[in-house]
Write a new protein. Structure first.
Length: 213
């Protein structure tokens, strides 16, 4: 995973993000697509987006501000990630998070909303569905085969504001690979853009269906 900073100190209050039914200041459902960097949002053209910054602390603060007081009906968090060498997960694989784990602290794991997860699996039938660890440090995760730096914080902020969220990643590197010149940044960004572009219509359709009287 691309090196990011800070340790996550947020204590999640529940294990599952909220169902997509909450107050909103918008007349129609709003899907907010969040990523740590602008490059990771290339596939979200036309959608509402947020660059949350790199690392758990920045991600939590930016996400909480964005979703507070009806800033989003649901959140799709996207980005690149690393995979453990022994896992057999191939480079450029798309991973839909079944759980976000705080590997720097003792916060409870957070599961995504089941309906968002099911919609993502429909949109990306070839994707893997696995837990994703969050750590401020490359190699800082344990107990998971996929490692990123913001997921648990984004989902925790959404949970605290009553907004359902889902994390989706594309593998850019082996966690154990120290030479970043060998990390497949450009290819991973391109694959992430493709996956994001497929996800957004499916999730938008879901939110519209849920929002019908």
């Amino acid at each position: 995973m691309a090196c990011r900073d800070c340790a996550c100190v947020h204590q999640a209050r529940d294990k599952t993000t909220a169902a997509p039914a909450r107050r909103t200041s918008y007349s129609a459902p709003v899907l907010l697509v969040i990523a740590a960097t602008q490059q990771e949002l290339a596939g979200a053209s036309g959608a509402k987006t947020l660059v949350c910054g790199i690392g758990p602390h920045a991600a939590y603060a930016a996400t909480e501000d964005a979703v507070a007081e009806g800033g989003a009906t649901a959140v799709l968090h996207v980005g690149i990630a690393g995979a453990r060498r022994a896992s057999g997960i191939p480079a450029l694989a798309t991973v839909i998070g079944t759980e976000a784990t705080d590997c720097d602290g003792d916060s409870e794991p957070i599961a995504p909303d089941r309906r968002l997860l099911a919609a993502a699996r429909r949109a990306l039938p070839g994707a893997l569905a696995l837990p994703i660890g969050t750590s401020a440090h490359v190699g800082g995760t344990s107990g998971t085969d996929v490692e990123a730096m913001e997921g648990h914080s984004v989902l925790a902020a959404c949970m605290d504001e009553g907004v359902p969220a889902l994390e989706v990643r594309v593998i850019s590197n082996e966690i154990e690979q120290a030479d970043r010149a060998l990390w497949l940044f450009d290819d991973a960004f391109a694959e992430l853009a493709r996956a994001t572009a497929l996800l957004i219509p499916e999730l938008d359709a879901l939110l519209m269906e849920i929002g019908r009287p």
